[in-house]
Write a protein that binds this ligand. Structure first.
Ligand code: PMP
Ligand code: GLN
Length: 384
């Protein structure tokens, strides 16, 4: 986490957003939308501040937000949660992940199995918790795991199987065979499943999100993590949640209360309002993003990239090898000067041992206004 000189290594997102600012390039690196979420939820946050919702909220989160999370899990997935025992509000999915891993890891021999490439905080939090990271590669262009490699990775040393679905950075949405195998392996090896489902409402082409917690035998060993950030386009609010059986949620609370204690008082009622938006809102955000994904993919193809399918999330992965790139990191450093666009090399999301496999792959964020994506496509066309 530190350089040889003892300086914190900036996250890839901070580094790339700074590069976009310095160069004036279009930022398709860090995944954040360039339009804020629905007016009624912004107004709900303003009203909460005006109405004095500014002091410490309860440790588990305000009751109405926990109720709204439970209602959401019932409406979309048929899950029956007790808002007082099965729901914990956290400072974004990021704190949900860190608290969960710190809570579940007991010993340096514990292993956490993740798909690779993985969201950057996974490896950092596993290191902070003092466990071992075991990776299962997702291969270009479908990024579907090889089930034999998954079976080899999960053993009796596995404490946690951490699954991000829909998947950042690849845009994969896993299928039911993969999901069933994950649950079967967790049961066989008595591991806890942690589902990072922050892109749950952002799936395309008829692919539907299915929480691992809904599979037979999964609920009692699964913690599900999500967040208001992506669904409601409020990435700076940092309101997330963990749902699952009471004993597991209590273990996460035991850690969370000493990390941030509580968080985001006036945003909590606003997110409760957001979670109760009509079905049409949730369908609409997926359709809008699907259209943006199409624009981005078309632009990347026209520019000469090979483009992987993206079935969900904010992201599209493209191979820069047809453009002569041999190393995506160097390609991305030069991209602002060559084309006025910032993107992230996939090697930022992989372990050292796996870098070669992802050497020329680049992640682009699609969660931008259509005119921004059109401008980016026009600029990228100059690469040909
Ligand atoms: N997990 C994944 C896969 C993500 O892409 C993000 C987005 N930053 C997070 C967790 C963190 O979400 P939050 O902003 O709610 O902390
Ligand atoms: N989730 C976002 C991404 O993958 C950014 C999160 C962050 O900046 N930590 O780009």
């Amino acid at each position: 986490l530190l350089t040889d000189d003892g300086v914190p290594i900036p996250t890839i997102f901070a580094e790339m957003s700074a590069l976009a600012q310095q160069t004036g390039a279009i930022n398709l690196g860090q995944g954040f939308p360039d339009e804020d979420g629905p007016a009624e939820i912004l107004e709900a946050a303003r009203a909460a501040i005006a109405n004095g919702v500014n002091q410490y909220p309860p440790g588990r989160g305000i009751p109405d937000l926990r109720l709204a999370v439970a209602e959401h899990q019932r409406r979309f997935y048929g899950l029956d949660l007790d808002p007082d025992r099965h729901v914990l509000i956290t400072a974004g999915a990021t704190e949900a992940l860190s608290s969960t891993l710190l809570a579940l890891i007991d010993s340096p021999d514990d292993e956490v199995v993740v798909f690779e490439p993985y969201y950057d905080s996974y490896a950092a939090c596993v290191a902070l918790a003092g466990a071992r990271l075991v990776t299962v590669p997702l291969a270009w262009p479908d990024f579907r795991p090889d089930l034999d490699r998954l079976r080899d990775a999960v053993t009796d040393r596995t404490r946690v199987i951490l699954v991000n679905d829909p998947h950042n950075p690849t845009g994969a949405v896993f299928d039911d065979e993969v999901r069933a195998e994950l649950v079967r392996l967790a049961i066989e090896h008595d591991a806890i499943i942690v589902g990072d489902e922050v892109y749950e409402h952002l799936t395309f082409d008829g692919h539907r999100h299915r929480p691992l917690a809904t599979l037979p035998g999964a609920w009692e060993r699964t913690l599900t993590i999500s967040s208001a950030a992506k669904t409601f386009s409020v990435t700076g609010w940092k309101i997330g949640w963990v749902t699952g059986p009471a004993a597991l949620v209590d273990a996460v609370l035991a850690v969370k209360q000493f990390l941030t204690y509580v968080n985001g008082a006036p945003f909590q009622p606003a997110v409760a309002t957001a979670l109760r938006l009509p079905d049409s809102f949730f369908a609409g955000i997926a359709t809008t993003l699907e259209h943006k994904r199409d624009l981005l993919q078309d632009g990347l193809r026209t520019a000469g990239f090979d483009v992987a399918p993206s079935r969900g999330s904010y992201f599209v992965v493209a191979d820069a090898a047809p453009l002569g790139a041999t190393e995506a990191a160097a390609f991305c450093r030069e991209l602002p000067a060559r084309a006025g666009v910032v993107a992230i090399p996939l090697t930022a999301f992989v372990s050292d041992a796996a870098r070669a496999e992802y050497a020329t792959l680049v992640r682009f964020a699609a969660c931008k206004r259509t005119e921004v994506l059109a401008d980016a496509a026009a600029r990228l066309a100059a690469l040909r």
